[in-house]
Design a protein around this ligand. Structure first.
Ligand SMILES: NC(=O)c1ccc[n+]([C@@H]2O[C@H](COP(=O)([O-])OP(=O)(O)OC[C@H]3O[C@@H](n4cnc5c(N)ncnc54)[C@H](O)[C@@H]3O)[C@@H](O)[C@H]2O)c1
Ligand SMILES: O=P(O)(O)OC[C@H]1O[C@H](O[C@H]2[C@H](O)[C@@H](O)[C@@H](O)O[C@@H]2CO)[C@H](O)[C@@H](O)[C@@H]1O
Ligand SMILES: [Mn+2]
Length: 455
């Protein structure tokens, strides 16, 4: 492959996570030496607010690392060795629509799950393909894209279908966040946990939680039965997520395991297994997007303004598993460390009774040539059936994007477990087509009066 120090480009440089990720990189320069960090975004104004904060984080640790801020993909990616991708296509204003439109129809409103996630996917697939093409055209021929951009399950399937040779590793910090919580509950560092896990992104289960070879899942079951997947002092476990909605997210693992205690579910399964409870607690006028805009985003932008004014940067961004995890994965790719991480990979039999080409989330050994998935074997009928329905919804969404097919989009919405009827699916889809006029590909094909016509 190539030798350090590396050129790293961050696609979505204006992200609220950029300072935290760069901080995680700075404290690990010995593990992941850097020659240059580049920020790339299509919103130059937003990025220009975040950039001085990022530069401050860099200069607190290094005077030699070159720092580049650009909206020009050729400048951003020429010769790059690694690309961290964290784009939010449509930004928070569209996340707000993703979450509020379904709620208007009594359906779960969520960033990556349900109709919100499907809408987000229809916006993101083609920009992600564009990023792959930029990297193919400008970056080092063996460059890796490590992708956080959501909805990761749909993005991963879209890249598999449209750019199967792209060197993209899709990752999610929810499983490592869950492992962080498990470690806090068990009193061990999360890096000491070795887990078995199977599923799709944001739709999976832990089946074993080993500490020095001993399965501690029984102990976790007993704790979760009382407190959910949080220590008794919730804020102690996840300081970045002391927001009420996040405490509820972790607590909801309890009702799922009260019904199905064998495996420990990814918290996102609550949206699919208890949607009515979720809708009952969601405020259709003030969703998670509003919490983030009034929380994480507002705090960071206020800090950037104060730093510009005073030269003093307040404590305004979180450095947690989100940043540590992507640096861990990048180190394993860079130096062929074969570390075991939960990542999103093409199944190829890892889950024996799911389709060979499904993009699944399983443990894998991360080598310089990519992930080598651990074989999880066949999963029980209950989990297999849930997974097949979700996989079909996601794959139909990707086909709707590729073919411009209204009908396949309607099938994808109808198949999603959070959507109760085909009438709900159609009403939400039609509202979302209107809201996403500037972002979605034209869904031209549809059946009207027995004819397949352009709409
Ligand atoms: N995979 C995971 O587990 C995980 C964890 C956390 C966040 N995320 C994802 O990371 C992304 C960033 O989250 P955030 O809250 O910081 O969002 P944000 O809105 O603060 O930042 C996203 C940035 O992406 C930029 N962008 C949008 N379209 C782009 C394009 N085509 N090319 C380049 N840049 C583009 C926006 O202008 C914005 O500056 C989101 O997709 C979020 O869902 C994923
Ligand atoms: O609602 P948000 O924007 O704060 O978070 C949405 C993301 O939530 C997950 O990532 C969390 C992680 O689970 C949490 O413990 C902490 O580490 O912060 C992360 C980012 O907020 C999920 O994995 C992502 O896909 C979501 O985008
Ligand atoms: Mn995730």
């Amino acid at each position: 492959m190539f030798k350090p120090p590396f050129i790293l480009s961050i696609a979505g440089g204006g992200s609220t996570y950029t300072p935290g990720i760069v901080k995680s990189l700075m404290v690990r320069l010995a593990d992941f030496p850097l020659a240059e960090i580049r920020l790339y975004d299509i919103d130059g104004e937003r990025q220009s607010v975040i950039a001085p904060v990022v530069e401050k984080v860099i200069r607190d640790h290094s005077q030699s690392i070159k720092f580049t801020v650009t909206t020009d993909p050729e400048v951003a990616f020429s010769g790059a060795h690694f690309v961290f991708a964290q784009m939010r296509v449509g930004q928070y204003k569209m996340r707000e629509q993703d979450e509020k439109i379904p709620l208007r129809h009594g359906v779960v409103g969520q960033e990556t799950c349900g109709p919100g996630g499907l809408a987000y996917g229809l916006r993101t697939i083609l920009p992600m393909v564009e990023l792959c093409d930029f990297v193919e055209r400008y970056a080092h021929q063996k460059a890796w894209i490590v992708n956080y951009s959501n909805p990761a399950a749909i993005v991963a399937e879209g890249v598999r279908r449209l750019r199967p040779k792209a060197r993209v590793l899709n990752i999610c910090d929810m499983p490592v966040a869950a492992m962080r919580n498990m470690g806090a509950i068990l009193g061990v560092d999360r890096h000491k946990l070795e887990v078995d896990y199977f599923g799709l992104n944001h739709f999976g289960w832990f089946t074993r939680v080993l500490v020095d070879g001993e399965d501690r899942l029984p102990e976790l079951r007993r704790h979760i039965a009382k407190f959910g997947l949080l220590t008794e002092d919730a804020a102690q476990t996840d300081p970045q997520h002391s927001d009420p909605s996040w405490v509820k997210t972790w607590r909801h693992i309890k009702p799922i395991m009260d019904h199905f205690p064998e495996y420990l579910p990814n918290p996102y399964l609550q949206y699919y297994l208890m949607p009515n409870d979720i809708v009952r607690h969601q405020n259709p006028d003030y969703t998670r997007a509003n919490e983030v805009m009034n929380g994480r985003e507002k705090k960071l932008f206020a800090a950037a303004a104060e730093y510009k004014q005073t030269g003093i940067l307040p404590d305004a961004f979180h450095v947690g598993v989100h940043g540590v995890f992507i640096v861990d994965v990048a180190c394993s790719l860079a130096f062929d460390l074969r570390q075991r991480h939960l990542v999103i990979v093409e199944n190829k039999g890892a889950i024996a009774n799911l389709p060979y080409d499904a993009m699944v989330e399983v443990p894998a050994y991360i080598t310089s040539e990519g992930p080598e998935p651990v074989r999880m074997g066949a999963v029980p009928l209950f989990h297999q059936t849930l997974l097949m329905q979700q996989l079909a919804s996601e794959q139909l969404l990707v086909e709707a994007t590729i073919e411009g097919s209204y009908e396949k989009a309607l099938q994808a919405f109808t198949l999603n477990r959070t959507v109760p009827t085909m009438q709900h699916a159609k009403a939400i889809l039609d509202d979302m087509i209107e809201a996403n006029r500037d972002y979605w590909p034209q869904l031209q094909q549809a059946w009207r009066n027995g004819e397949l016509v352009k709409v």
